[in-house]
Design a protein around this ligand. Sequence first.
Ligand code: ZN
Length: 418
Amino acid sequence: MSKQAMLDAIDAERDTLIAFLRDFVRAPTPNPPGDTRDAAAIIRDFLAARGVPCELVGPQESMPNVVSECDGARAGPRLVYNGHMDVFPVGDAHGWTRDPWSGDIEEGRLHGRGTCDMKTGTAASIIAYAYLYARRAELAGSVALTAVSDEETGGRWGTRWLLENDTRWRGDCVLNGEPGSLDTIRFSEKGTLRLKFEVLAAGAHGAYVHRSASPTRIAAALIQRLADVEAIEPSLPASLKAHLQRDDVRRALDVAMGAGAADVVSRTTVNVGVLNGGLKINMIPDRCVFEVDIRLPVGTEPEAALAVIEKILVDFPQASMEVQTWHSTPPNVCAHDHPMIDLIANNAEKIAGRRPVAVPSIGSTDCRYWRRSGVPAYVYGPAPGRMAMSDESVDLDEFIAVAKVHAAAGWDYLDGGA
Ligand SMILES: [Zn+2]
């Protein structure tokens, strides 16, 4: 059997595979609360129908992780497929023109919460794994599947737990189908530094400005100064720096994430997400609190940003700062020229008619856990579309294309032959 025969088989089963994705979307998995049991059962049934064994593991009963592994016929590397089952919540479904869990199919698109982020990508990886499992006698190395819970709230019971508790899921390379676009392969993510500032003063009558400094005005001045952080130059290896300046890379970023993304991806950004101070217009407040969300590009560690901020704070003795450690994470990166990049790009060009390029990412995925432990992890998934918005939907041709590219890249990585 050949790689082409495998891809033809995926095409021949298109309707069955779309029905699997539809059922997966119809099993609500909003996080919070993050209960994925129904979705995990659908994956287990899909695999079982193909004779693929799997286990449901994890420390939280309502948040299982579906895992499976198989060996090829000869020695070789281990490829791990990863995707998450939990999705963003829908609240009161404001703005939705249909049931968020409808799984409706209309004009080639499948509708529902989580179609973009990331049930389509997860289903594509599961399909790729199932097809490789059936052909494992022709492969070298081994393949593993990790369809996890708890990604949207940090991965403590999902990917992080798997990697901390079982070496089987580490592997030599990871493929993930988070939304990106068929024009990009993502190899890095920005880091996050979340800070809370508090400015205190005595407070006074609004006309008695000689009696107290103003925490709100001090906060305004401090916020202005925080822009210094945006001037930090990332320190990057020359080859990565050159890669990020390539026209095709910059163009792919702007197309995938909106004009301006190519600049933002490579620099530190500051967002003041919350600002609170004052009770009444004619009073000088005694307190102003604001929260700052700083995003760090590859090459800028949190310590570099904190050093700049601590220097600024010397000029603001009324202000104190606290790092929200649980929500702060350094940037992560793996090779932008790993062989997997070409395997994805070559197959994608043939299958989807578009050759993706390796780009950094702005948002965060579970790939960071592998990259941080030294395992390269790459994201190739469908267009983000209305990800995390009302009326989220996905193009079903893209779904099938992503499944085929994941399967074909895996086949080549595991030396399946022509
Ligand atoms: Zn996601």
